[in-house]
Ligand binder design. Structure first.
Ligand SMILES: *[C@@H]1O[C@H](CO)[C@@H](O)[C@H](O)[C@H]1NC(C)=O
Ligand SMILES: *[C@@H]1O[C@H](CO)[C@@H](O)[C@H](O)[C@H]1NC(C)=O
Ligand SMILES: *[C@@H]1O[C@H](CO)[C@@H](O)[C@H](O)[C@H]1NC(C)=O
Ligand SMILES: *[C@@H]1O[C@H](CO)[C@@H](O)[C@H](O)[C@H]1NC(C)=O
Length: 453
């Protein structure tokens, strides 16, 4: 959540006129004999993006992408709604914003992650003298805040489908401008208070760090060590993937390292902010879908808007003309992912340069592969293995139907109502495997390949 730190620039897309660089050693793969279970469209969550006014965005926009996770807590509600550190009245206004987002989420069966640091007032807009929980060893304001919050959660029947995010990005000074040990005291205190109040009816999540849990990350080392000794392991391990070009295979290996080091249990993984702004295009979204599905992590789209726009546009999946919403190109990827990629998932591997990702499902009559390149142009290869496990011959011609998922001239907010049918092509193959190129002539278009089984 660094909309206030980074002035994102609109990606200007130049169509590539010349031939694209061949990257023939870099091949993504789909292994059709590796059934990895029922699709849950794990990447279909949003950070903010939902208006405070109920039903402002028509239902079908949520329903058609299988919207399943929301994360909010009244950030950037203006004065007099700046949160607890400005007094009870300003807390109440921010709470109402969170409550209305909770209601929208629950209307569609989505789980709601409550950002209680935003409700406190540490949403990044706080001034340099803003108080933090436990300043000078005094926890009275934080304790009173939690007492008020517990009472409001109960009074508004908010416990179902509720996850508490103990503090957002505590490894960044913009959200936690104190040392880590004060944060860890806050973590332990808050975790145990929530458990004492709600038992396991309300899930707890964290640390929602900006940094990945790599084995070199000393902030994570201190966190993992503390939660082990303090017996305050969250129900979801959460961190963000919004910078530095990191990938989830290495981040997940890093998490495994800390779990093994401190003998911590495995839990649901939630990447509750993923993708930087220029990755929020069809190619980037398809790339992240492949990443998240491989490690079975929930994912919530990051949000790069601010002010009231933060709580609108479904985290840059929609545009608006007057008060009428329409879908963008990125939206079509999530719609296809939810509505068409049914049946069972199969295992995939990204290209060795980690640029081309694939997500694949096998339905009753079609197998489908969604691919996305991480914001680059070039030619990659896609290799589909074990075709015979789908009942196809080990050699012959595979007729593949291709869909393109483009953007409009306004990359993020231009209207796109459907993917583009790019027709059928027959690929000769043998050895139970077919290989074909993915021509990525721009940095934004995702592709889906389908074939009958
Ligand atoms: C800074 O924020 C605090 C609340 O966090 C408020 O009490 C204080 O008046 C603010 N200071 C200024 C100079 O705005
Ligand atoms: C966990 O840490 C909090 C904050 O320091 C403390 O109040 C609590 O007693 C600790 N619990 C355990 C089991 O260590
Ligand atoms: C996806 O599935 C929906 C619902 O069955 C269908 O209407 C639509 O044509 C399909 N889209 C594609 C691109 O196949
Ligand atoms: C199947 O795919 C999953 C997810 O990509 C992977 O973790 C697993 O190692 C694969 N299993 C085999 C036998 O290839």
């Amino acid at each position: 959540m660094r909309w206030d730190l980074i002035q994102a620039l609109a990606l200007i897309q130049l169509a590539s006129a010349g031939p694209v660089e061949k990257r023939d050693t870099v091949t993504a793969q789909v292994n059709f004999n590796n059934n990895t279970g029922t699709p849950q469209h794990l990447a279909s969550g949003l950070l903010y993006g939902v208006p405070d006014t109920l039903n402002q965005i028509p239902s079908h926009f949520y329903q058609n992408i299988g919207y399943n996770y929301e994360r909010a807590g009244g950030a950037q509600v203006a004065a007099p709604g700046r949160g607890w550190i400005w007094g009870l009245t300003e807390y109440k206004k921010r709470f109402q914003s969170a409550l209305s987002n909770y209601k929208t989420a629950r209307e569609y069966g989505a789980t709601f992650i409550f950002l209680i640091h935003d409700l406190w007032g540490a949403d990044g807009s706080q001034n340099s003298t803003a108080p933090y929980p436990g300043d000078n060893g005094d926890w009275s304001s934080w304790d009173a805040y939690l007492t008020q919050l517990f009472s409001d959660i109960k009074a508004n029947s908010m416990t179902s489908g509720l996850v508490i995010d103990i503090w957002n990005e505590p490894d960044l000074t913009v959200f936690w401008n104190r040392d880590q040990s004060q944060y860890l005291q806050m973590w332990g205190r808050t975790w145990h208070k929530f458990r004492a109040e709600f038992g396991t009816a309300v899930a707890l999540s964290g640390p929602a760090s900006a940094g990945e849990p790599l084995s070199t990350n000393t902030w994570w080392k201190a966190w993992a060590s503390f939660v082990a000794s303090n017996q305050s392991v969250p129900d979801q391990y959460a961190w963000h993937m919004e910078g530095g070009g990191g990938d989830l295979l290495s981040a997940n290996a890093g998490l495994d390292h800390w779990l093994a080091t401190y003998n911590l249990p495995s839990k649901t993984i939630n990447i509750n902010e993923y993708a930087v702004y220029n990755e929020q295009v069809p190619a980037g979204s398809a790339w992240w879908i492949g990443q998240l599905e491989r490690i079975n992590a929930h994912g919530l789209r990051g949000n790069w808007l601010s002010g009231t726009n933060l709580r609108d546009y479904m985290a840059s999946l929609l545009g608006k003309s007057g008060s009428t919403y329409y879908p963008n190109g990125d939206y079509q990827v999530y719609k296809y992912y939810y509505q068409n990629m049914t049946g069972h998932r199969v295992g995939t591997l990204p290209s060795s340069d980690l640029k081309l990702e694939a997500y694949s499902t096998v339905g009753t009559d079609y197998a489908r592969v969604l691919v996305g390149v991480r914001i680059a142009t070039g030619t990659w290869e896609l290799k589909l293995n074990s075709l015979s496990s789908l009942g196809l011959p080990t050699s012959g011609t595979l007729n593949v139907h291709t869909w393109g998922f483009p953007v409009a001239s306004d990359v993020h907010y231009g209207e796109v109502d459907a993917p583009t049918d790019l027709g059928w092509y027959g690929h000769a193959y043998s050895g139970d495997t077919v290989n074909f190129p993915v021509y990525q002539t721009d940095k934004v278009t995702a592709y889906a390949f389908e074939f009958a089984i």
